[in-house]
Design a protein around this ligand. Structure first.
Ligand SMILES: Cc1cc2nc3c(=O)[nH]c(=O)nc-3n(C[C@H](O)[C@H](O)[C@H](O)COP(=O)(O)OP(=O)(O)OC[C@H]3O[C@@H](n4cnc5c(N)ncnc54)[C@H](O)[C@@H]3O)c2cc1C
Length: 325
C-alpha cells in the first residue's frame, strides 16, 4: 500500500476537474484485438489500457470474451461519477440502457455495476432513483444482476436507504457493496444479510476521516476478515472483492473449515490487477468475477488505482517512458 500522504495526493488528483477534462480529451487508443486475445499485454500501447480496456461498450465486451475464455466472469462498469446536472444524469442513464442492450445482444454474461452519483444523486435524489428504476426495468427481465457500487461515506446512508427501498419494492436482482474500513459496516452487514440480499465486500477505496473509518490497515483488514466470516456462513452468494493474497487465503481457509462450497460465493477483482491471482483461483476451482470498467470518464478511477499500489505508479511511468521512445 502507498503511504497515506501519497494516497491522499492521488485522491486529490482524482477529484481535479481540470485534470479530468485534460485527460479525457486525450482519447484512449484502441487496443488491437490480437493483443487483447493474448490477454497478457506486456507493453501496452496505452498505459490506461492495463486497467480500462477501452472507451466503448464494444471494447469492454471484447475484453469480457477474453476473460470468459479464461474461465472468468465479469461485471461491466460504464465509468462516470459525481455528475452535476440533470442533463448529465439523464445521458448517463441512457448510456447504461445502451450497455444493457449491447451486452444482451453480445451473449456475454449479464452483470453491471453502477454508481448512484452517476445517475444524479447529487442533483436530485428522486431523479436518481427514477433513473436506477429505469435501468432495472430493462435489466432485470433480461436476466441481469445490477450491483450498486459504494462511494464515499457521504453517500453510505443514502445508498443503503435507496437499495433497501428498492428491495422492499420487490427488486431482487440488485446488490450492494460494504466497505470494511467504515465502523458502521458490520451493523449494515447484519441488516442486509437478514434481507437475503447479495453483498460485495471491499476494504474501501475512499479516503475517510477517523470519525467514520479505521485509519490503520491492520484494523481495516481485521474488520474485513470478521465480515468475510459472517458473509461466508450466513450470506447469500457474497462477493469477496480483494487483491490481497492474505484475505484470499483466509477466505479459502474459512470456507474449507466451515464446509462452504466454492459455488456459494465468488471472488472479485479489478480488470488488470493481480491477473496471476485471478488465474490461480480459477485453476483451483473458484469463481472469479472481473470488474470491467470502460468509457471516456476513466480518469478518477485510474487515479484511485494508482493511489492504491506503488507498483502501479512504476508500471505507468515505465509505460510512459517506453511510449515516448
Ligand atoms: C471488484 C471490485 C469492486 C470494488 N468496488 C468498490 C466499491 O464499490 N466501493 C469502494 O469503495 N471500493 C471498491 N473496490 C476497491 C476496494 O475498496 C479497494 O480499494 C481495492 O480493492 C484495494 O484493496 P485490496 O483489498 O485489493 O488490497 P490492499 O489492502 O489495498 O492491498 C493488499 C495487497 O493487494 C494487492 N493489491 C491491492 N491493490 C492493488 C492494485 N491496485 N494493484 C496491484 N496490486 C494490488 C497487493 O498485493 C497489496 O499488497 C472494489 C474492488 C474490487 C476488487
Amino acid at each position: 500500500m502507498l503511504g497515506s500522504a501519497s494516497k491522499a495526493f492521488f485522491h486529490l488528483l482524482a477529484q481535479s476537474r481540470t485534470l479530468k477534462k485534460l485527460a479525457t480529451r486525450v482519447a484512449m487508443r484502441s487496443e488491437p484485438p490480437a493483443r487483447l486475445r493474448s490477454w497478457r499485454p506486456r507493453t501496452p500501447a496505452s498505459v490506461v489500457h492495463r486497467f480500462v480496456p477501452g472507451e466503448t461498450v464494444e471494447d469492454a465486451i471484447r475484453a469480457a470474451r477474453v476473460l470468459e475464455a479464461h474461465g472468468l466472469t465479469e461485471t461491466f462498469d460504464h465509468l462516470g461519477e459525481s455528475v452535476t446536472t440533470l442533463a448529465e444524469a439523464v445521458a448517463a442513464t441512457r448510456d447504461y440502457l445502451d450497455v444493457v442492450r449491447a451486452v444482451t445482444q453480445s451473449g456475454v454474461e449479464r452483470n453491471i455495476s453502477l454508481k448512484l452519483t452517476q445517475l444524479g444523486l447529487d442533483v436530485d435524489r428522486a431523479s436518481a432513483v427514477d433513473h436506477l428504476r429505469k435501468i432495472l426495468e430493462l435489466a432485470e427481465p433480461a436476466g441481469f444482476f445490477v450491483r450498486i457500487d459504494m462511494e464515499s461515506s457521504k453517500y453510505t446512508e443514502l445508498t443503503l436507504e435507496i437499495f433497501e427501498t428498492l428491495w422492499q419494492q420487490g427488486y431482487r436482482q440488485i446488490g450492494v457493496v460494504l466497505q470494511s474500513d467504515l465502523y458502521r459496516s458490520e451493523d449494515d452487514l447484519r441488516r442486509i444479510n437478514a434481507l437475503g440480499a447479495r453483498i460485495r465486500l471491499v476494504k474501501g477505496a475512499y479516503r475517510e476521516p477517523k470519525s467514520v473509518a479505521y485509519q490503520k490497515k491492520a484494523d481495516v483488514d481485521a474488520a474485513y476478515v470478521r465480515m468475510m466470516n459472517v458473509l461466508l456462513t450466513e450470506g447469500n452468494y457474497p462477493a469477496i472483492a480483494t487483491h490481497d493474497p492474505a484475505m484470499v487465503d483466509l477466505t479459502r481457509r474459512w470456507a474449507a473449515e466451515h464446509g462452504v462450497a466454492s459455488d456459494r460465493f465468488e471472488f472479485q477483482m479489478l480488470y488488470g490487477i493481480r491477473r496471476d491471482l485471478q488465474v490461480m483461483l480459477v485453476d483451483s476451482g473458484y469463481r472469479v468475477r472481473i470488474y470491467v470498467p470502460f468509457g471516456r470518464d476513466w480518469f478518477p478511477y485510474f487515479m484511485r488505482r494508482l493511489g492504491e499500489h506503488p507498483a502501479n505508479v512504476a508500471f505507468v511511468l515505465r509505460g510512459i517512458v517506453s511510449e515516448g521512445r
